[in-house]
Design a protein around this ligand. Structure first.
Ligand SMILES: Cc1cc2nc3c(=O)[nH]c(=O)nc-3n(C[C@H](O)[C@H](O)[C@H](O)COP(=O)(O)OP(=O)(O)OC[C@H]3O[C@@H](n4cnc5c(N)ncnc54)[C@H](O)[C@@H]3O)c2cc1C
Length: 287
């Protein structure tokens, strides 16, 4: 990272700019009328203000690494992502990438992901070996580079906007990578936030109320995805049965899988979902 934001500068509760550290070690203060926190999982403002916390009911960890030489499906399916479900709960992803590389990762309860292993590589290799169809794909492959891990995948901030500041993308919240909604949500939330910042700057009103007009549609969208994530981890829920019973919800389901849920009416989709899996406990609305 060439220039790191060390601290967001506040006067009372209003953000006034940032203090950065350049890669040559020079610190510098940069004033700003609005600070947009786009720092991803680092959650610069959330960490600084103690806003970041867990998501009740979603306690998953992940380990992942890259292999060279993993087997691919035939023909046009060669680039297809495969999800391997684990009998004890959780799942592996297998994503073919260019140059004969595949991304492989596990998401499951922390106790299973890390076990008693202190070493991330050892834990990961051991979990791969416990999934026979996955280890068959990797029988002639070798791990390249270090294995990475996250003990707490899901988090959210109690508040994602304030006077002169807001959060977008993973800086605001992250739930689970199962639906590949992260990138779409990051871009969609940035677009929503950019419109609010534009209007706030034009009106000269940089208050939480004005900047926060994007927060409700974003938190509603995140809630839709949270509901579908809970459905995925409910052993009694089945996507095939859901689509067979509610064919009219197929488009909404696809929107949800890619994260295209902001400012869309998903009520009938959520009602259909609730008829096949109990919704999780409601969360306090973030604003
Ligand atoms: C295990 C795992 C698998 C995933 N798989 C998928 C997937 O298959 N598909 C999908 O859509 N999403 C996936 N995601 C989610 C996706 O990666 C994120 O949702 C997305 O990258 C969020 O984008 P962002 O711009 O908010 O944050 P990021 O992409 O994390 O970008 C944040 C940037 O801020 C920089 N930064 C951090 N702190 C500072 C600082 N103090 N000063 C300056 N810069 C800073 C970082 O270096 C980084 O460049 C996955 C996530 C995880 C954890």
């Amino acid at each position: 990272m060439a220039t790191r934001v060390e601290q967001v500068l506040f006067e009372d509760s209003r953000a006034m700019g940032v203090r950065v550290l350049r890669d040559n070690g020079d610190p510098r203060e940069i004033p700003a009328r609005v600070v947009a926190d786009c720092s991803g999982r680092a959650t610069r403002i959330g960490s600084q203000l103690g806003l970041r916390g867990p998501v009740p009911g979603l306690k998953k960890s992940s380990l992942w690494g890259y292999y060279r030489g993993g087997k691919r499906l035939d023909g046009i399916d060669a680039g297809e992502t495969t999800i391997f479900m684990l009998p004890q709960g959780g799942w592996f992803w297998y994503i073919p990438l260019p140059e004969d590389t595949v991304s492989v990762g596990i998401v499951a309860d922390p106790e299973y992901v890390f076990g008693d292993d202190k070493d991330l590589n050892a834990a990961f290799v051991s979990r791969v070996a416990q999934c026979p169809p996955l280890s068959a794909r990797l029988s002639e492959a070798h791990l390249i580079g270090p294995v990475r891990g996250l003990r707490n995948l899901a988090y959210r901030n109690r508040k994602i906007v304030g006077d002169g500041w807001l959060m977008v993308g993973d800086a605001a919240a992250f739930l689970d990578p199962i639906y590949s909604s992260g990138l779409f949500l990051a871009l969609a939330s940035a677009e929503l936030a950019a419109n609010c910042v534009h209007e706030a700057l034009a009106s000269g009103n940089l208050s939480q109320a004005k900047l926060g007009e994007f927060a409700a549609p974003l938190s509603e969208g995140i809630e839709v995805i949270r509901r579908l994530i809970h459905a995925f981890y409910d052993p009694n829920f089945n996507f095939q049965k859901f689509v067979a019973r509610y064919p009219g919800q197929r488009t909404a389901l696809i929107d949800c899988l890619v994260g295209d849920v902001i400012n869309k009416d998903m009520d009938s989709f959520l009602d259909a979902l609730a008829s096949m899996t109990d919704p999780p406990e409601p969360l306090n609305t973030i604003n």
